[in-house]
Design a protein around this ligand. Structure first.
Ligand SMILES: C[S@@+](CC[C@H](N)C(=O)[O-])C[C@H]1O[C@@H](n2cnc3c(N)ncnc32)[C@H](O)[C@@H]1O
Length: 302
């Protein structure tokens, strides 16, 4: 109601009335964290901090302000992810630009960054490849934490690579990451990387086609399907990574992959089937779900 009166200009619509209206609309749309999101949307649309929203609560919004915030709220009510509206997501303490061209980085993926950092010291000039880089969150976080890394990032999506490069520029690590477009590790061919990569890290698509149908609307309708769905099984990209990595890993080098809930047994089977790996380690995320698998390359057994 507040929104309608503001739009027709027949009644003053204050900062506070606007905030309450947003909260009501978000709650009606089934958005659980609506109270917090209402503040963030107000801040993003109108440039009003949390404190100003309280101190200036009786200020009357202009028609233009009301329209700006209404447009944003309408997108959120249609279940577009908040991060695409705000344009950023924090990952490993860094603010990453996100658009609908890239998956929104998830907290559980920070496990991969932690594991690479554990394995490679600050002094080591190691070679690391981030396959399926998306927003570049893994590659950029690693380049920032390990200044001597030689980092390559690949993705099949040209639009995603543009966002990745932008994020690298924002963190002043652009000159330390090579960005390559193509399927998994195919773009590494001809770059003298055979048997010389210390760590290959990847958060590949790992949702099965069947599971994709049951995802929440924020994910299914707005995040890129190509970033989520791997195929009928969900583990198709893991299989590809395991077989292609044998060409690029140095003996003793590691392949670290994120996987979906319940995929542990299938991924273990793939590791055995592809061969050439040992020291299989599976790590759980904060929710206790098997999330990351790490294998070390020993060489192809024939
Ligand atoms: C799950 S997202 C991960 C993005 C980012 N690394 C992260 O952790 O947020 C997977 C990414 O893989 C890319 N991708 C999908 N299939 C691919 C393939 N066959 N080869 C390379 N990249 C692929 C998608 O474009 C998407 O950016």
């Amino acid at each position: 109601m507040g929104m309608m009166t503001a739009m027709t200009g027949t009644e003053a619509w204050t900062v506070w009335a606007c905030l309450m209206d947003i909260r009501t609309r978000l709650a009606a749309a089934g958005i659980e964290s609506g109270e917090q999101e209402a503040c963030w949307l107000m801040e993003h649309a109108l440039g009003l901090s949390n404190l100003t929203q309280v101190l200036d609560r009786d200020r009357v919004l202009s028609t233009r302000e009301a329209e700006t915030v209404q447009a944003l709220v309408a997108r959120r009510v249609s279940r577009e992810p908040l991060q695409y509206l705000l344009g950023t997501q924090e990952f490993c303490g860094i603010e990453f630009v996100v658009t609908p061209a890239v998956l929104i980085p998830r907290p559980e993926t920070e496990l991969l960054v932690e594991q690479v950092v554990r394995r490679i010291s600050a002094e080591q000039a190691a070679t690391v490849v981030d396959v399926c880089t998306g927003s570049g969150c893994i590659a950029v976080a690693l380049a920032q934490r390990r200044p001597r890394l030689r980092m390559t990032a690949t993705d099949i999506s040209d639009a995603a690579l543009t966002i990745g490069k932008n994020n690298a520029c924002r963190q002043a690590v652009a000159d330390r990451i090579t960005w390559l477009e193509g399927d998994l590790m195919k773009p590494l061919a001809g770059r003298n990387l055979e048997s010389s990569v210390d760590v290959i890290v990847s958060n590949p698509p790992y949702i099965s086609e069947q599971d994709w149908a049951g995802l929440q609307p924020e994910v299914k309708e707005f995040e890129p399907r190509q970033a989520l769905v791997a195929g009928p099984r969900g583990t198709e990209r893991h299989e590809g990574l395991l077989s292609e990595a044998t060409r690029y890993l140095v003996p003793g080098g590691a392949l670290m992959m994120e996987m979906g809930a319940g995929q542990g047994p299938a991924v273990r089977q793939l590791i055995d089937a592809v061969g050439g790996y040992e020291s299989v380690q599976v790590l759980c995320d904060a929710a206790g779900v098997e999330r990351v698998v790490i294998v070390e390359f020993v060489g192809k057994s024939r």
